[in-house]
Design a protein around this ligand. Structure first.
Ligand code: E4P
Length: 214
């Protein structure tokens, strides 16, 4: 399972990349807006830190504009994945960019039907938003299970990137289902890596070691 960071904050990306387990980075216009830098500048900075897929999202709503933006983004770095909204125009852009050898991430997916459409359009990655489904009392992880099953039935190569992750349970459930990738806000990396029993265990070991030397 691949772990992506879901942030455009360069300090956080550097911090967690140093752990050696960051396989890629996802951004979106809201995350870029928080940073107060241009998309191009930040994506190029991220590409210097993480050697893996980096998602850069288009702003256009028409296919022609998305294709133009996508072609431009693809020139920035070989790891760029053009993030396209799951709309009919997004599908047209996905198909066109895929045929040109440009990698894509079809985003804002909330149903199995949309997941099938993204795979049919040749998306490299597709992003179902589990947290936003849970927020409206739907079941985000049930959607992931359905997508993984359906893609497996037909051998679709599009990778399932679990997005809108809110807590470590989402990541563990995604792993049990067999999703390809989870993209997580930085705090989830900390939550996954730590446990109170680990902390108290270290404390006790160190106390016992100190006492044994008296
Ligand atoms: C990542 O690709 C998505 O843009 C992101 O996970 C959305 O998360 P949110 O629902 O917390 O905004």
């Amino acid at each position: 399972m691949k772990f992506f960071l879901d942030t455009a904050n360069l300090e956080d990306i550097k911090k967690y990349a140093a752990w050696g387990i960051v396989d890629g980075v996802t951004t979106n216009p809201s995350l870029i807006a928080k940073e107060g830098v241009s998309l191009e500048k930040r994506i190029k900075e991220i590409a210097k830190v993480v050697d893996g897929p980096i998602s850069s999202e288009v702003i256009s709503t028409k296919a022609s504009g998305m294709i133009k933006e996508g072609r431009e983004y693809a020139k920035w770095h070989k790891n760029i994945h053009v993030k396209l909204p799951m709309t009919p125009d997004g599908l047209i852009a996905c198909k066109t960019l895929t045929e040109e050898g440009i990698k894509t991430n079809v985003t804002l997916i909330f149903s199995l039907g949309q997941a099938l459409m993204a795979a049919k359009a040749g998306a490299t990655l597709m992003s179902p938003f589990v947290g936003r489904l849970d927020d409206i009392s739907d079941d985000g992880m049930a959607l992931i299970a359905d997508i993984v099953q359906a893609y497996d039935n037909y051998g679709f190569e599009t990778e399932v990137l679990v997005a809108s992750v809110r807590h470590p349970r989402h990541v563990m459930d995604a792993a049990l289902i067999g999703a390809d990738i989870c993209t997580m806000p930085p705090k989830i990396f900390d939550q996954l890596a730590t446990h109170p029993l680990t902390d108290s265990g270290i404390k006790k070991f160190l106390e016992d070691y100190k006492n044994s030397k008296k």
